[in-house]
Write a protein that binds this ligand. Structure first.
Ligand code: AMP
Ligand code: MG
Length: 267
């Protein structure tokens, strides 16, 4: 999975990442789904230790263009987990009170506490993506935000957070297919948002904004992963694998019993 990580010192180009890649599972979808089933079971166990140990804080950030599958990723990756064990936070267009504050104000309130796992469906990165592309603030304002974000995330990790940032990398052609599907399939009509076409027309502007975000803010402690997202099964597999590996590396332990259990008799 290292191949998808943006190294801290590196300056990447999005065009060098193939959205159609499935190379880590050469046997294809059935093999991928089988591995995924194992991963979701592991994740369930890891979440339990995370909660019991009450030490680490896990923050997972998902960013993507429309129809790349942020919602589908969440549904799939966390499908095996205790529903009490993960909290999903979606960041929409800021409310009036949110807009009256700095852009990290609403974010900071939602970061995980000890033993918690929180998924951000969109995040503070919107403030250097949609906000930049649409000139909602001036260039000098959004330019300062990369350092602010890096420092904010550095502080969180120094305070015990583990941060994983995933960009679900869908191709222009695949996005077209999925948006068309939302028009053609009555069960998906509700998902069609004409506004998505306006964002699609700004494809290259978003590519530049994403590239800058990755190059400016991927650090060893809070890395970006650029996940191939044209195949849902592979996208889900990659996100789950990276999450499971990261949690395993934390070497979490159940806490020691608070009493000498060998002396306890329940009558
Ligand atoms: P969705 O995730 O499809 O429900 O859409 C949420 C919308 O909120 C997207 O169009 C985002 O770009 C937008 N959004 C999220 N955060 C911000 C922000 N900080 N400023 C402006 N728009 C935002
Ligand atoms: Mg949308």
């Amino acid at each position: 999975m290292e191949k998808y990580r943006v190294k801290a010192e590196e300056k990447i180009k999005l065009k060098n990442y193939d959205p159609d890649d499935t190379s880590l599972i050469p046997d294809g979808k059935p093999a991928g789904l089988a591995k995924m089933a194992e991963l979701t079971q592991k994740l369930d166990k890891l979440q339990e230790v995370l909660f019991a140990e009450h030490k680490h804080k896990i923050l997972i950030i998902l960013q993507a263009r429309d129809a790349a599958g942020k919602d589908g990723t969440i549904r799939s990756v966390f499908s095996g987990i205790n529903p009490q064990g993960v909290h999903i936070e979606s960041f929409k267009v800021p409310s009036e009170i949110e807009s009256d504050h700095d852009y990290l104000w609403r974010i900071h309130q939602q970061v995980p506490g000890k033993g918690e796992m929180v998924v951000f469906n969109r995040s503070h990165y919107e403030d250097v993506l949609v906000v930049r592309v649409h000139n909602f603030v001036t260039k000098d304002v959004w330019k300062n935000r990369y350092d602010q974000i890096k420092n904010f995330e550095k502080m969180l990790t120094e305070e015990g957070a583990t941060i994983l940032k995933f960009y679900l990398n869908i191709s222009r052609d695949e996005q077209k297919k999925r948006l068309q599907d939302r028009i053609d399939d009555p069960a998906k009509n509700w998902k069609f948002n004409p506004g998505d076409l306006k964002e699609r027309a700004l494809w290259d502007e978003y590519s530049s904004a994403y590239e800058d975000a990755f190059n400016e803010t991927s650090t060893n402690l809070a890395p970006w992963y650029i996940i191939p997202a044209d195949h849902n099964w592979y996208r889900n597999f990659c996100v789950a694998s990276i999450l499971v590996k990261t949690l395993e590396d934390l070497d979490m332990k159940y806490p020691a019993p608070t009493a000498d259990l060998s002396k306890i008799i329940i009558d």
